[in-house]
Design a protein around this ligand. Sequence first.
Ligand SMILES: Cc1cc2nc3c(=O)[nH]c(=O)nc-3n(C[C@H](O)[C@H](O)[C@H](O)COP(=O)(O)OP(=O)(O)OC[C@H]3O[C@@H](n4cnc5c(N)ncnc54)[C@H](O)[C@@H]3O)c2cc1C
Length: 357
Amino acid sequence: MTNNNVPRIAIAGGGLMGRLLAWRLSRQGLDITLFEAGDLSTPGGACWTAAGMISPLSELVHSDRKIYQLGRRSLALWLDWAAELESLSGRPVEFRSAGSLLVAHGQDRSELSQFRRELAGKLSGDISAHLQTLDAAELQQLEPALENFEHGLYLRGEGDINNRRLLPVLLSVLRQQGVSLRERTPVACDSYRVEHQEGKSQFDCVIDCRGLGARDQVEGLRGVRGEVLVVETREVALRRPVRLLHPRYQLYAVPRSDGRTVIGATEIESDDMSPISVRSTMELSTALYSLHPAFAEARIVETRVNCRPATMDNMPYIHSEPGLLRVNGLYRHGYLLAPALAEKVEKIITEQLLQVA
Ligand SMILES: Cc1cc2nc3c(=O)[nH]c(=O)nc-3n(C[C@H](O)[C@H](O)[C@H](O)COP(=O)(O)OP(=O)(O)OC[C@H]3O[C@@H](n4cnc5c(N)ncnc54)[C@H](O)[C@@H]3O)c2cc1C
């Protein structure tokens, strides 16, 4: 504890989870030091690569119901937290809750019915509050650019956030709140202690949010490679995230306010961080072109590759022992899960430290 009895917390990893926790805990008046191995202005973690979709319904079809429940909670929290961060920083984070769209080409229409069936099975019952089946006219009213599609599904209440705006905003809020920022400082984490090049530092609690950097301490943690293209065009203006269901190429397109669209993403069981492959570029581009032919003239302005930190069962992981918490395994769900997980960690810290203090 500091002289005035304020608990001192070290957070290792200045990616999404680390930043969000640093903000939430400093907001409670705790004395926070954030250690980041790389640069905080251009994070090397998966958070900087991601598309920022917050899609509890789309993800439910492929994952455990718990992901859906945490995702719903996160969506509610993002609504308030995004507004608070914007008001504190005076800058937009571009959180949007305009729902998302699933489309399929005529010959793949059964993909949409299959998705609908699977979702109904997972939600056990009436899904009309969550999902609307669209004909061509309804689809075009919602998303005028999708003129080539006859059918679609609208997933109400899904959202997305512009990670390239959010992460710098979080950083500026951490500075405002007096968080001690130690970048280019890789650390190892232990109970009550972090180790870095200059030696060891003692804290009342250490929170390990190093993603794949914690591989040696989190059993079974693995990387799942993802590749993303960012394209720019003024010819196609989407209003919300769109997923193309296709038997071979799955694609999502997330429009940003600056005319760019984030296109993703491959999912490859590998720790390989080398640049995007020709095959992935071709598959993503082909699927994109089939979404709207005007994408053919879009410019590829960026390619991104990173690995998602995933546990053996692809579920998030919070481990707590005296003086040490580990939060990891956010896999492909970082933006979907981080606020709900941060809320749980805040509760653990409050119980362990603040009630004793
Ligand atoms: C291609 C792609 C697309 C994605 N799209 C989405 C999406 O649309 N929606 C969604 O919800 N999720 C998405 N994700 C997943 C999301 O990005 C991750 O789940 C999330 O970033 C994990 O957050 P994290 O803070 O745990 O880890 P990271 O974001 O990886 O951050 C970990 C941080 O720890 C730092 N670090 C590592 N080792 C050390 C050390 N020894 N000492 C100090 N610091 C260290 C790293 O430099 C890094 O900054 C996507 C991921 C990828 C790769």
